[in-house]
Design a protein around this ligand. Structure first.
Ligand code: FES
Length: 170
């Protein structure tokens, strides 16, 4: 049995080398692009995070007060600072209530006692929408659902708020 000597020609050597180096360089360029394309989709969003809204619990009364704060929002590759607002007060059971001010009709902003004719109600000036103090919509007015309620928590005497959660209609 004869031994056949394996020889690599100069041309073959160059082909192998260039293919290897080219593949290595292509992988080096594609990996960051692939990571950039996929990474934001795989990352957890800030959903469910609670933010300190700089309101001490001892400053919350039975009179609704409007508070404003900012949160960082990440949508895929786009990161932005978003303004949020809430009407905050304590109800008859001394429970903290935090309602979204966004009207459930067409999204205008409601205000507490915004119309002298309707004391003790949230009022939406766009189409005379009204809500009772507990946030439920007044039947016969345009909104068909109660105001959304913020997820809330008290930490070391400060109010933390999360996402506004919809409730069932009245
Ligand atoms: S948007 Fe509030 S009543 Fe229409």
């Amino acid at each position: 049995m004869s031994e056949k000597k394996q020889q690599v020609s100069r041309r073959q050597f160059l082909n192998y080398t260039l293919t290897g180096v080219g593949g290595f360089m292509a992988a080096g360029m594609l990996a960051p692009m692939l990571r950039m394309a996929v990474d934001p989709v795989l990352q957890e969003s800030g959903h469910g995070d609670l933010t300190n809204v700089s309101l001490a619990v001892e400053d919350i009364t039975t009179e609704p007060q409007r508070i404003d704060w900012k949160v960082n929002q990440v949508d895929g590759w786009y990161e932005s600072e978003v303004n949020r607002s809430a009407w905050v007060f304590k109800n008859d059971k001394d429970e903290i209530q935090a309602f979204s001010p966004i009207c459930k009709h067409l999204g205008c902003v409601v205000s507490w006692e915004g119309n002298d004719q309707y004391p003790d109600q949230f009022y939406c000036p766009c189409h005379d929408g009204r809500y009772y103090k507990d946030g439920t919509n007044v039947p016969g007015t345009p909104p068909l659902k109660p105001l959304d309620v913020y997820e809330s928590e008290v930490r070391e005497g400060m109010l933390f708020l999360g996402d506004a959660v919809p409730r069932e209609g009245a």
